[in-house]
Write a protein of this length. Sequence first.
Length: 381
Amino acid sequence: MSKSIELKEFLEGNTKIYYYSGKVSKSLPVFFNPNKFVERWITVFFAKAYFEKEFVFLDALAGTGIKALRLLTEVNKCNKAIINDINKKAFELIKKNIKINKDKLKNKIVEIYNKDANILVREITKKEKIDWIDIDPFGSPIPFLDSVSSAIASESILSVTATDCGVLIGKYPKKLYARYGIIGQKSFLAHEFGIRCLLKAVLENLMRYEKFMRVLFVFHDKHYYKVFVKVERRGWKDIYSYIDKNLGFVKVYNNDFEILPFEEIQIREGTTLKEIMGPIYIGPLFDKHLAKKIITIAKKDEIYKKIQILKNIEDEINIDTPFFFNLDLLSKELKKSSVSIKKVIELLRNNGFMACRTHFDKKGIKTNAKKKDIVELLKTL
């Protein structure tokens, strides 16, 4: 083993693990990113907020096993975890990490597997009801979505991570179409567009098995997206109605946007194909009650100070409509110098509009105001 790659101890929450240090990349013997702490903490907060009864958690692509171990050691309602990784070294490391946490795992059930995630998900769900399946790959989750959509039971939680953000934001339009079946290109809507593309992919796979989803919580942090959805089984009539309301396209033009719902889609005269992007998920991104509960729980922990995105999401859940405006682009359009985002939000609120920051863009403003309204107010500054 290279001298730069060593087995080191790592403590997060109540859980201690061993991991292979070195440059965070796919070349590590077992992939682990210490800096992805926001995803793991929010996963713990989500579990505490959502589950009122004991639940079974399946981590199909576990790596070191830290996520499942944190749920077992920190969430009372998590009474069983199934931890899997196809990598033999990961399997051995998971066993080691279970051993060093054994005192905290009393009265908890842990099963570990060394299998292909697609095969395991199908096998394990035939034996028992899994309350929560987590898919957290290096790269795109697409290779795993069909299996998990086929296997997951109604009323279960599905959480999915994607790290191919460059593709999802439209930086590589041909890859976006080839991988996700979406037409799009990079725009100022970047990361919210990306997360809505990911949700479309999750929904698309579920619908093949007469299921659909209720989006509970999502976020973007650094190099990845994370979505939490509740899976529901309904008849085709309900699914068609869901498509009409929650799938659609977005027209992006002149630092502005227009949502085109599936049921109302009309390509207006003068619109070019370059302006139309989709299909994407256009429904709400948060269950407001649950999101508030997650944030309330997070605030009780010292780590909350380090998770800035939760502070923005706390405001965002009150304006849960698609997309935002980029203040720098609007200022540039008016040939004005950069304006304080705080000042513009205050100005919008004083004029009867709802407005807040968005965690998707440091210069983004979520608002129910139209572009023309914002522009007129900017002219007064």
